[in-house]
Design a protein. Structure first.
Length: 184
C-alpha cells in the first residue's frame, strides 16, 4: 500500500470516528432539545362569540345584509382547532330556490387576512323550505404561542354571497375571538 492510500485510509478512519462521536453525543441531546422547543409554546383554545345586531357599519362590510334575514337562516359553528372547519347549516324559508355561492365564501380577520372557504362536498341549490349543511374548509388558526394569543378580542367576518328570491345578497356574520390557555 502506497503513501497516499495509507493517508486516505487514515482520513476515512478519523472521519468515521468523528461521526460516531457525534452520533453518541447527539442522540441523547435530541429528545432534550425537542422537549425544550415544544415546551416553550403555550397551547391555546379559541372560542368565538357571534356579534349580532345587524349589518356592521364599517366600509369593509359594504353590501352586507343583516344576519337576521327573514329569507335566510344560518347556524354556524367555528372549529379552527379540531376539524379546521366551519360548520354551516342554511335554511330556506322562502317559496323559491336559494343559491349559496359556495365557491365565493370568505372569512376575513381583523388584520385583513382573507381566507376563501369551500365546502368539502359538492352542494347545489336549496329547495324552498329546505335545509343544507356544509363543512367549510380550510379554517385553521395558530394553536400556540404569541400568534394564537394575538387573536384574543379580534373580530372575524364570514361573508356568504347568495341568490335569494333571484336577487344577489351577501350575508355577513361577525364573530369575536376569545383565546384561553389550555390547561394540561
Amino acid at each position: 500500500m502506497g503513501f497516499f492510500e495509507k493517508k486516505a485510509r487514515l482520513r476515512g478512519k478519523r472521519a468515521e470516528a468523528a461521526a460516531a462521536a457525534m452520533r453518541r453525543s447527539f442522540t441523547p441531546a435530541l429528545p432534550v432539545a425537542l422537549l425544550v422547543l415544544t415546551s416553550c409554546a403555550t397551547p391555546y383554545a379559541v372560542k368565538f362569540d357571534r356579534l349580532d345586531g345587524g349589518a356592521p357599519s364599517d366600509p369593509a362590510a359594504a353590501g352586507c345584509t343583516a344576519p337576521k334575514d327573514a329569507d335566510v337562516r344560518a347556524e354556524l359553528r367555528l372549529d379552527p382547532a379540531g376539524a379546521h372547519a366551519i360548520f354551516m347549516t342554511v335554511s330556506n324559508p322562502t317559496d323559491q330556490p336559494l343559491q349559496v355561492e359556495w365557491t365565493k365564501l370568505t372569512m376575513t380577520r381583523a388584520d385583513g387576512l382573507v381566507t376563501t372557504l369551500r365546502p368539502d362536498a359538492d352542494l347545489g341549490w336549496i329547495a324552498p323550505g329546505g335545509t343544507q349543511s356544509a363543512r367549510l374548509i380550510p379554517f385553521a388558526l395558530p394553536p400556540a404561542g404569541e400568534a394564537a394569543l394575538a387573536l384574543d378580542g379580534k373580530s372575524f367576518r364570514l361573508k356568504v354571497p347568495m341568490l335569494v328570491r333571484r336577487e344577489p345578497r351577501t350575508a355577513c356574520y361577525s364573530f369575536v375571538a376569545h383565546v384561553q390557555e389550555v390547561k394540561k
